[in-house]
Ligand binder design. Structure first.
Ligand SMILES: Cc1cc2nc3c(=O)[nH]c(=O)nc-3n(C[C@H](O)[C@H](O)[C@H](O)COP(=O)(O)O)c2cc1C
Length: 325
């Protein structure tokens, strides 16, 4: 196994472990980010924030910017389709929040986003990527990173896009091994990630896509050559994955899986943190969508999921969970 320095640098920000919590809209608010951080995520990334939402002082957008004092280092991801808007938004983040890093979303595949030239739309033109990164870095003292996919409809521009971002001055690059067209189908394109990893020589390259276990992380780091792994969906089922991956790279030992009851404890703790952040009514509603991830693989999960999807209070969730403890 590869023994690695556990920390790495993104610009002047020290990231204590080679694991990153992926930005996930509707999921990576401070409630979940602090959980991921406690389980060892080296860096956590906020759910994507609309550049326009900041510009118009949208109340919901401003609420999303809440950062907990226990989650540093953390990064705020912006999405937007034009240089002026993204520059203004990046400047706002730097001046009004304690974020350590600003990230630009160049991967979001959904129509609502790409039709505004944002998200994965950037991937069609490496010159545009170069330009936007140059513009946004010009207003920032803190590091700028980019998260992209391998391409729009194929992977032919993956290396060029990555090199454009690197040349224009990003401090790290994350890439999800799927094209926009693939959405979340198929498997992660490791071959393209390996090519990009080889091409990017000046900044850390963070590999993303289908990392569900220590073995997947080991493959990304040892075979693909990434500097760190970014974990999304697997963390929603098992935030302990960050501890498992860190521990493996620091000691060579594999930790056992968490017993199911521990996952229920994490789920209930997650709900408690959401209540603190958003109040009980919104928290319970949001938790209905999050609980199935924690419950995956349990016998009788469908029945429990159904019950949680109708729950109205923390007390009700606790009662439902007590039937499977
Ligand atoms: C519910 C959900 C929301 C997501 N929201 C974002 C987002 O706001 N910004 C972003 O760059 N990627 C977003 N993604 C993509 C993830 O960051 C990640 O690239 C993708 O899930 C692949 O990684 P995984 O296989 O570890 O899940 C989202 C994914 C999911 C499942």
């Amino acid at each position: 196994m590869t023994k690695l320095n556990s920390s790495f640098m993104i610009g002047n920000v020290e990231i204590p472990h080679r694991t990153v919590l992926a930005p996930m809209a509707g999921v990576t608010n401070s409630a979940f980010r602090t959980i991921a951080k406690e389980f060892g995520a080296g860096l956590v990334v906020m759910e994507m924030i609309s550049e326009k939402g900041l510009l118009y002082n949208n109340e919901k957008t401003l609420h999303m910017l809440h950062i907990d004092e226990n989650e540093f280092p953390m990064s705020i991801q912006l999405f937007g389709g034009d240089a002026e808007g993204l520059k203004r938004a990046a400047d706002f983040i730097q001046s009004n929040t304690k974020a350590n890093i600003v990230d630009i979303n160049m991967g979001c595949p959904v129509n609502k986003v790409v039709k505004n030239e944002a998200g994965a739309k950037w991937l069609k033109d490496p010159d545009k990527i170069y330009h936007i990164v140059k513009e946004v870095t010009s207003v920032l003292d803190i590091p700028l990173t980019v998260k992209m996919r391998t391409g729009w409809s194929d992977n032919s521009l993956a290396v060029e896009n990555a090199l454009a971002a690197e040349a224009a001055g990003v401090s790290a690059l994350a890439m999800h091994g799927r094209t926009r067209e693939q959405m979340y189908t198929g498997t992660c394109d490791h071959e393209t990630l390996a090519k990009v990893s080889k091409a990017i020589t000046k900044i850390p390259f963070i590999g993303n896509g289908d990392v569900r276990s220590v073995h997947d992380a080991k493959y990304m780091i040892e075979e693909i050559g990434v500097d760190a792994v970014m974990v999304g969906r697997a963390a929603m089922n098992n935030p302990y994955i960050f501890t498992q991956i860190n521990h493996y790279f620091e000691t060579g030992e594999e930790l056992p899986e968490l017993p199911f009851v521990k996952k229920l404890d994490i789920a209930e703790d997650h709900l408690k943190r959401l209540v603190n952040l958003k109040g009980e009514s919104i928290a319970v509603r949001e938790f209905r969508g999050l609980a199935p991830h924690y419950l995956r693989g349990t016998s009788g999960a469908a029945k429990i999921r159904g019950a949680v999807s109708r729950a109205e209070s923390v007390q009700e969730v606790a009662e439902i969970f007590s039937t499977i403890r």
